[in-house]
Design a protein around this ligand. Structure first.
Ligand SMILES: *Cc1c(COP(=O)(O)O)cnc(C)c1O
Length: 428
């Protein structure tokens, strides 16, 4: 691992912690994060030429695998016509129509450059639309790193065991109410305690950022019912679940129509891209039509639009085949590792919705963040290191979901189960 070690030494001089996004530093699992040189299909190669089966897919976007030819070609072709214009293009409408055709709740939308921008803009809009200040979120849900959303935020924040973030004024965090996920009564209680003050409820409809936690039966329906009754905006943060758990996201899978939706990750096919959208009467509050300001120099960037059109277009044309294959592969890989754990006598709980899943090192079911936090993170860390040594790259935290792509094969599933048999024997 010589080249990776040298690159890491340089990165540590240049970037805080050697990284440009914290969980990449492997702080929670230990070991040395390899530097990636290239990727194709289901595999990553590091600077020293080692190959890994990729089970984190750039944290979600790479649903078709890396360097998918149609996506690469689309980006190449768009780049030849210039990387950015700062003026409107047909491609923005093309990607927007692909979205609205499969997401009936998205009457109007706006493109941004990241999931963080999408959620912070959606919150601002919800506050303006309702004239209220409070935001309800759920423990373990991550909605990007905007000030008001970094409260009990899962993902890297959970990974590092910190409750929120330094640098967020109490006055900002004060308007964020963080409630336990999958607890309908807690939502009723918050609305009772803050009558007419709650602008919105934002939720990961399937939690991914505390590890994968599916909604309990009727939970999302309850959020819809309560927000409607209380005149609050229901925001589904589908940055991770969008195009992942179904083409039309969790809202299609569970049959719920939120007021606003945020997207990112798969939407940009690996390029920086996000979107927020929903009911037209809410979206029309945005500048230049309305008083809510939101803007972006690179919003709707032509390369991101091209990658998004290629990715979402492919998913749409091959919907049945793609999602049934993802379901098949994900069921097999989670079962393979679960069997290896049972054989090694390691307690393991598998949570999975389609091609989004987590192996929790816990004997108990995981239904909320408290449940996820009870998992044995030391055991996960040892498992992660051993899997990496065996050529399988898992998300480097117990509190992150793993993903399959259409590029994975039966052989990758078999190799992962075999690696797990060795890793779990070593982890106990
Ligand atoms: C990744 C993620 C975000 C943030 O998106 P970025 O593009 O990293 O800013 C927001 N919400 C959810 C649910 C996510 O998974």
């Amino acid at each position: 691992m010589e080249k990776s070690a040298a690159l890491r030494a340089r990165a540590e001089r240049l970037f805080p912690g050697g990284v440009n996004s914290p969980v990449r530093a492997f702080g929670a699992v230990g070991g040395e994060p390899p530097f990636v040189e290239r990727a194709a299909g289901a595999y990553l190669w590091d600077a020293d030429g080692n190959r890994y089966i990729d089970l984190f897919g750039s944290w979600g976007p790479m649903i078709l695998g890396h360097a998918f030819p149609r996506v690469v070609e689309a980006i190449r072709e768009a780049a030849g016509r210039s990387a950015s214009y700062g003026a409107s293009t047909a491609a923005e409408g093309d990607l927007a129509e692909l979205v609205t055709a499969t997401w009936p709740s998205m009457e109007k939308l706006r493109f941004v450059s990241s999931g963080t921008e999408a959620t912070m803009s959606a919150i601002r809009l919800a506050r303006a639309f309702t004239g209220r200040k409070y935001v309800v979120k759920f423990e373990g849900c991550y909605h990007g790193h905007a000030d008001g959303l970094l409260v009990k935020a899962g993902s890297g924040v959970a990974t590092f065991g910190i409750p929120g973030s330094a640098g967020v004024p109490e006055e900002t965090a004060h308007f964020t109410l963080a409630l336990p996920y999958n607890d309908e009564a807690a939502v009723e209680a918050a609305f009772a305690a803050h009558q007419g003050e709650i602008a919105c409820v934002i939720v990961e409809p399937v939690v991914g950022n505390a590890g994968c936690i599916p909604p309990g039966r009727g939970y999302l329906q309850a959020l819809r019912r309560i927000t409607k009754r209380q005149g609050a905006v229901l925001i589904f943060d589908e940055v991770m679940t969008g195009f992942r758990v179904a083409l039309g996201g969790a809202q299609e899978l569970y049959g719920i129509c939120p007021d606003l939706t945020t997207m990112g990750k798969i939407l940009g096919g690996g390029l920086p891209c996000g979107a927020f959208g929903g009911r037209a009467e809410i979206m029309d509050q945005l500048a230049p039509l309305g008083p809510v300001y939101q803007a972006g120099t690179l919003s709707g960037n032509p390369l991101a639009m091209a990658a998004g059109i290629a990715t979402v277009g492919y998913l749409r044309e091959h919907e049945a085949e793609v999602y049934s294959r993802l379901e098949y592969l994900s069921a097999r890989i989670t079962e393979g590792v679960a069997e290896a754990a049972a054989a090694a006598g390691v307690p393991l709980t598998v949570n999975r919705v389609g091609a989004m899943f987590t192996w929790f090192f816990s004997a108990e079911p995981v239904r909320d963040f408290a449940g996820a936090a009870r998992a044995d993170t030391r055991c996960f860390a040892a498992f992660h290191r051993a899997m990496l040594d065996a050529g399988v790259w898992l998300p480097p935290s117990q509190f992150e979901a793993a993903f399959m792509s259409t590029a994975h094969t039966d052989e990758d599933v078999r190799a992962t189960a075999e690696a797990a048999r060795g890793a779990l024997a070593a982890a106990v």
